[in-house]
Design a binder for this molecule. Structure first.
Ligand code: LMR
Length: 395
């Protein structure tokens, strides 16, 4: 039965973890998968998370199922974090939260919901986008299309994007990155979000906003600008949020699918269908990550500590972006890579070509995605001189 099955290459992003581990170069640098790293190159457990886990261990009384929508206490804190605590959308009870196994799980729920409830709708993703968007939507049987996002000079191509969005067939789904665009790091400004909103409204498109990096761009509320704009001005929006990254609980797979509907009655109808999709995929989400998040956000003290730690991470990344460009000055390459300091979030579309990425890996033990995407959190003040020298060598 299995004789005809062919072996395929592993996932291009996750495969870098293994390749990096095997490399024996003592100076090797990991700029691959999107996880935060501190100055020592570690991905630490946040202090607020450790404290919340100690409380959970002490107070936990059961490990029974938490239901297809997950723990209500989790939804209660994620909704205001994403939509704003004074959100008119929340006041009107137009939004529903479903805890999911990571942001990826939320995307798969959204994809299966669209496939089952909105058959025939195409989905439009930025070119480039996180490669798994292609996998997830295609696996759910949705026809995938692209709109331009970056030009040949490695700049945000907003005019190209806008022109393409104006041509999307009415009623289709458009995937937008709320902030910290993965893989490019180029985000829309407020005026650009407003323009996209107008077109989305005119063409009656359904926005699916991927919000995997809240807090890594400019701040928790600042990064939610586009999400809140859309949710407050449109009848229907799908949001896939993640707490895996901003709480540093990657392996606990902690996401949330937020469905915004026209009114509370339609929201409840939609919510009932999402429960079926979750049930058919994995029944109930894992509990631990959501329990950590709700323990932290229900405590003023832990929430303040978490915000402080998240701010430290964001500031460190933004400082490293500037210092990276500075470190290229002696090689006359600072202008060429100036975009790195302007982009936001964990990722940077550096403009390095696949052949240059291959040379960086083979000759210097520097690992990044072949598209030229670097995880900026993998920079450190220790490795910047080495990185700059290596980049100069492949230029
Ligand atoms: C990334 O893009 O590196 C992260 O979102 C991790 C992943 O699952 O690909």
């Amino acid at each position: 039965m299995f004789e005809h099955i062919e072996r395929v290459p592993g996932d291009a992003i996750l495969g870098l973890i293994e390749a990096f581990k095997k490399d024996t170069n003592p100076q090797k640098v990991d700029l691959g998968v999107g996880v935060y790293k501190d100055a020592q190159g570690n991905t630490p457990v946040m202090r607020a998370v450790k404290e919340a886990e100690a409380l959970l261990l002490k107070n936990e009384t059961t490990k029974t199922y938490i239901g297809s929508h997950g723990a209500p206490q989790y939804g209660e804190v994620v909704l205001p974090m994403v939509l704003g605590k004074d959100s008119p959308v929340l006041a009107a009870k137009r939004a529903s939260a479903t805890q999911s196994p990571g942001g990826t799980g939320a995307l798969r729920l959204a994809a299966d919901f669209i496939s089952a409830q909105l058959p025939g709708k195409g989905i439009w993703v930025s070119d480039p986008t996180w490669p798994n968007h292609h996998g997830i939507f295609t696996a759910a049987g949705i026809e995938l299309h692209k709109y331009p996002y970056v030009d040949a000079e490695n700049r945000l191509d907003f005019e190209g994007m806008l022109a393409a969005v104006k041509q999307i067939p009415a009623g289709d789904v458009i995937v937008l990155h709320a902030c910290c665009h993965n893989p490019t790091g180029f985000d829309l400004d407020h005026a650009q979000w407003q323009q996209i909103l107008e077109v989305v409204r005119e063409r009656n498109l359904l926005p699916l906003i991927d919000f995997a990096y809240q807090g890594f761009g400019e701040g928790l509320d600042e990064d939610a600008y586009g999400v809140r704009l859309m949710a407050e001005n449109l009848d229907e929006v799908i949001i896939t949020s993640s707490c895996s990254k901003n709480f540093g609980i990657y392996c606990e797979r902690t996401g949330c699918l937020i469905m915004v509907a026209k009114n509370s009655e339609q929201m409840e109808n939609v919510r009932s269908q999402v429960a079926i999709v979750a049930r058919e995929n994995y029944s109930n989400p894992p509990a631990h990550g959501g329990a950590i998040v709700s323990e932290i956000l229900h405590s003023a003290e832990l929430a303040a500590l978490w915000r402080e730690e998240l701010t430290e991470m964001r500031d460190r990344i933004n400082t490293l972006r500037r210092d990276f460009v500075e470190s290229l000055k002696p090689y006359g390459l600072d202008q060429k890579y100036a975009c790195v300091a302007e982009q936001r979030g964990m990722f940077s579309y550096t403009g390095l070509k696949p052949e240059q990425v291959d040379r960086l890996r083979d000759e210097f033990g520097i690992y990044m995605v072949r598209s030229g995407r670097a995880n900026v959190a993998g920079f450190s003040h220790e490795n910047l001189p080495y990185l700059a020298k290596a980049i100069a060598a492949v230029n």
